[in-house]
Structures are given as C-alpha cells and as structure tokens.
Design a protein around this ligand. Structure first.
Ligand code: FAD
Ligand code: DLZ
Ligand code: SF4
Length: 505
C-alpha cells in the first residue's frame, strides 16, 4: 500500500513517528508553503533556518534511498498550505494512505484533523518528547496547582536522570541557590562558533531576501546550523566550553554578549535536529565523568526535562482557550520600539538589538527585560505573544505561548507561575552591566531621568492590586504600598501613563 508520509519543518528527526515504518514504495512529502512562512511575519533568520534545514534533511533522506517529494515555495501550483500540498500529493502518487506526526501547533492540528483527502489520514503522537500529552494530562488531573517543580521531580524519577537510587543526585532536586550570580567584570566567556552558510542556505537566503524583505530581522548575520551534524557540533561546543558555568551565570546579562553561558540549541531541539533525550544524556555524562558540576548540569537538565516538557503539557492541556487568557486585562498596543530597538532604555535596546541580529536572546533577557517591560506596561497579551512568535528562531507556539501568557505575562492568572515576574530596574541592575551606561538612572524612582522600570513597577502593582494583593508571594511590595497615600499613588500612575502614552505604536 502506497503511503504518503508528511514531515513538517519542525519534524526533522530521522525516526520521527511518521517515518518509523517507512517501506519501499512509500513517499515522504515535505512542503514549503506560504501559509507557514507568513501566518506570522517570522524573523527572516527563522524562515531561512527552517527552510534550509528542511532542504538539507530531504537530501539526507534521499541519500539513504528514501523517496522524497519536496515542494519548494516557488514551485508552480504550490497551493500555499500543508493540507493543499498533501491533497495534490495524494493525487500525484495515487496514495492510499497518509501518515503524519501530530504538529506542534494547535491551528495546524485542527487543519489536519479536518483534512479529508479521500484516503485515510493517520495522525501519530509525536514521541520525541519525554512526557506524552496523555501522561501530562494524567499528572495534571490529580492536582489543583500545576507547579513545574513537582512535575520535574516526577520526570527525574521516571527517566532516572541524575538519580542515585530513589534519591536525587547530591541529595537535592534543585540547586538554584548556587546559581543566579552576576558576571564578574573579568569573566571570560566561551567562544561561539557560527556556521558559514553553504550554497543551499545561500539559495534560501536569496529567496527570503526577495520574498520576505518586510519581515523583522537581519539576515546577513545568519550563522545557525541547518543540519543535525552541525547541531551536534554546537551541542559539543556548549558541553565543553559553557556547561560548567551554565548554572552559576544562568541569569546574568552583559552588554554585547547575547549568549553568555547558554546552550543556544533551542532552534535545533524544536526543529528536531537534536532530541531532548540525547541532550539530557550528554549533559548527565558531563556530571558523571566529572567535567561539569552538579549545580550546572541539574540546572540545565531541569530546563529541558522540566520546563520544556512542562510548557508543552500545559499548551496541549489548555489550548485553544489558553491563547485568549488575559487575567490582568492588559490592552495597550505593542510599542514600536519592540520592532525598531530604538529606545534610551539600554537594557531594552540590548535585548531587542541582539534579537534583530541573531533571532536569539537568552531566557532572562526574554523574561526580565522585554517580558517584564510588556507586563509592567500592560501590553495586550495577544500583541506581545505574537512578537515572541515572530522574533525568535526557536519560536513555535507550543513552547512560546505558555512562556509568554503564563510565565511572563501572568495572563493565565497564575496557572503556570505562582507570581508575576514583575520587577523594578533593581533586578536588571543586579544581574547585568546595562545600567551604568543607560540614559536613565536606575536609582531614581521618579522624574525625567528615573529608570522607567521603577515607576512602571509601582504603577503595575497599584493598577493590579485587586488581582494580586492576596498573593502571598506579593505580600512584601503590597506592604510597602500600604504606607503610600492616594496622592503618591496617583502621581506614580500619572508618571507611568505619561511615559507609556509618549511611546510610538
Ligand atoms: P538554555 O538556557 O541553554 O537552556 C537549554 C534548553 O532548555 C533550551 O534550549 C530550551 O530547549 C530549554 N528551555 C529553557 N528554558 C525553557 C523554558 N522556559 N521553556 C521551554 N524550554 C526551555 N523557548 C523556546 O524554545 N521557544 C520559544 O518560543 C520561547 N519563547 C519564550 C518566551 C518568553 C517570554 C520566555 C520568558 C521564554 C521563552 N522560551 C522559549 C524559553 C527560553 O527562553 C528559551 O528556550 C531559551 O532562551 C533558549 O536558549 P538556549 O538554547 O540558549 O537555552
Ligand atoms: C516555521 C515554518 C516555516 C517558516 N515554514 C514551514 C514550511 O514552509 N513548511 C513546513 O512544513 N513547516 C514550516 N514551518 C514549521 C511549521 O510552521 C510547524 O511545523 C508548525 O507550526 C507546527 O509546529
Ligand atoms: Fe534598563 Fe533602567 Fe537600567 Fe536603563 S536604568 S538599563 S532602563 S533597568
């Protein structure tokens, strides 16, 4: 029986479910389609990364003798949608069956579920994750609150990563108290090796330059790996050069240094060039063979085995309603500075500038700089969520949305985070070298030179008092606010409004 086997742009794994029982006579379908390249106006580098990785993957399959029907974006007759291209391929190959791996985004799963090409369509579970959606749902069903930390402990027990019998290695599940250090001035940072684009990538770059000129982001600085071989090289570089310091400096930020000690592998994991399991195995080996300390390896594995699996579980448990959440009733449009990077706030200019250049910024930049600003400013969750989906090479909705709605914007009302990640300029000052070279003064609370994060922070707390005051973890700032008279509160709100209303949208 002739089967068509769909492989999407983020399913570039040799043993992805739809390829597992490939037989001679079957055909693998891969399609570049306008629907996927433009459902949001992705960063140019993200489109190049996905399309070039798809083209390289198709070549690798062909080199193995696998039949691949690859549809390019500019091919005549391209319908512009995944289901449209599958429908054409069914007719072209007189296929009797279609096999797909469940896509990472709800909207595409809905399309595939509704797709009726006249032959059976089998949608297989994506088994590249360490927790199935059913396992996560079963775990969630037994709990009132879904804290990542408890899910992570289950996952450690389940997978045996960093376990000594029934106990966690080192006697603790989490070593964060050893982490979160500021970067010392003389701290050397690990070298970063980019990949010069080969001819195939250069062809895609030309296509993107011509077709997506109005999309966000620089293209000439493209250095991402687009093959599994090069993604593995990146992983090896990280394990050797950066992992030992990953934990300690996980939250540190530095001017002109987008990567610090981070792995910079999220696009590879999300597109399928690397798998979560192999990355965790490789990191654990560094601890077992004593090349990296436990606080670093545990912290790193927690991001993948814990956070990454957990946010996926939340996404599939709560979609489609999750995308509509707005617990703080935030309605302000996204300021233009998120696209231009032009602002006197040095921290924001750094985070957005490097995002433009690299389609990457590390977690604390996303959470405590651009995310924190949007939260304090009351940006509508839909607008800021779309921004995050556009600007990062690793952005796929299953991972982006819970991080934005839940972790960063508290739009889900505390399902994912026990309190909003809101902070004044003091946090940014503590974790970075940004403030001394900023136009604003991080020590000033009000006035034209005051750091905007300071008055925005208090205005945020005042505005959202009805929702947040009862939160135990917010007790301290609300105790401080209790000592403020109404005039002082009104002045902070007025200063925040004047600043925000002055931003171009
Ligand atoms: P490292 O810091 O080196 O961590 C290693 C790996 O752990 C990452 O590659 C990633 O796969 C995983 N990881 C770490 N933190 C998280 C997390 N919070 N959720 C899920 N996985 C995590 N990550 C994405 O992959 N895609 C997104 O679209 C995305 N959007 C985000 C939006 C916001 C507002 C925030 C606060 C975080 C977002 N993250 C997203 C999570 C995180 O910022 C990135 O995974 C990380 O910065 C990727 O860089 P890295 O590979 O150097 O990660
Ligand atoms: C992100 C992306 C882009 C830009 N283009 C394509 C494409 O042309 N063809 C394709 O199969 N996949 C693409 N992708 C990845 C999909 O958007 C992704 O598979 C879905 O969002 C589900 O996660
Ligand atoms: Fe950012 Fe405020 Fe520091 Fe400037 S002073 S870099 S705006 S935190």
């Amino acid at each position: 029986m002739r089967c068509l086997r769909l492989v999407l742009g983020d399913q570039l794994t040799r043993n992805v479910a739809s390829l597992q029982d490939y037989e001679d006579g079957d055909v693998v379908v891969m399609a570049e389609v306008a629907g996927e390249t433009t459902y949001v106006k992705h960063h140019k580098q993200k489109i190049v990364f996905v399309l070039s990785a798809m083209r390289h993957f198709a070549e690798e399959l062909r080199a193995e003798g696998i039949a691949v029907d690859y549809i390019r974006l500019d091919d005549a007759g391209n319908t512009g949608s995944i289901t449209g291209e599958l429908q054409r391929a069914v007719a072209r190959h007189q296929a009797e069956r279609v096999i797909v791996t469940s896509p990472g985004e709800w909207r595409l799963l809905a399309d595939l579920k509704a797709f009726d090409p006249g032959v059976p369509v089998e949608i297989r579970e994506d088994d590249r994750f360490l927790a199935s959606t059913a396992c996560f749902a079963a775990w969630a069903a037994e709990r009132k609150v879904l804290r990542m930390e408890f899910f992570y402990r289950e996952m450690r027990r389940e997978t045996d990563f960093l376990m000594e019998g029934d106990a966690p290695a080192g006697g603790q599940w989490n070593f964060d108290h050893d982490n979160r250090k500021r970067l010392p001035k003389a701290q050397a940072l690990p070298p970063r090796f980019g990949f010069a684009p080969d001819q195939l990538t250069r062809d895609v770059m030309a296509l993107v330059r011509a077709r997506f000129a109005d999309h966000f982001g620089d293209l000439d600085s493209f250095e991402w790996a687009v093959t599994r071989k090069d993604a593995l090289r990146s992983l090896d570089d990280f394990l050797r050069d950066a992992l030992p310091n990953f934990g300690k400096y996980q939250d540190a930020m530095a001017s002109g240094e987008p990567f610090v000690f981070h792995a910079v592998i999220s696009p590879y994991l999300n597109a399928g060039l690397l798998t979560a399991r192999e990355v965790c195995i490789a990191a654990e080996r560094e601890y077992i063979e004593k090349r990296a300390p436990l606080n670093a390896v545990e912290g790193f594995i927690r991001q993948i085995l814990g956070w990454r699996e957990y946010v996926r579980g939340v996404y599939w448990l709560k979609m489609p309603d999750y995308a509509e959440t707005n617990a703080l009733n935030a309605t302000r449009p996204l300021p233009w500075l998120y696209w231009s990077g032009e602002t006197d706030m040095h921290c924001m200019a750094e985070a957005i500038g490097q995002t433009k250049r690299t389609a990457y910024s590390h977690h604390i930049q996303r959470l405590m700089v651009t995310g924190n600003f949007a939260l304090l400013a009351g940006i509508a969750p839909k607008e800021i969520a779309e921004w995050y989906l556009v600007v990062y090479a690793d952005a796929f909705e299953w991972v982006e949305l819970p991080n934005v709605q839940g972790m960063s914007q508290f739009a889900d009302g505390g399902l994912l985070a026990s309190k909003p990640y809101a902070s004044s300029g003091a946090y940014i000052d503590r974790m970075s070298d940004f403030c001394p070279s900023c136009v604003y003064d991080v020590k000033l609370k009000s006035g034209p030179k005051a750091c905007p994060f300071n008055f925005l922070y208090w205005a945020f707390l005042i505005r959202n008092a009805a929702t947040l005051r009862g939160n135990q973890r917010m007790a301290m700032p609300y105790r401080t606010l209790a000592g403020w008279d109404e005039g002082r509160k009104a002045a902070v709100i007025a200063e925040a409004d004047a600043f925000l209303d002055g931003l171009d949208v």
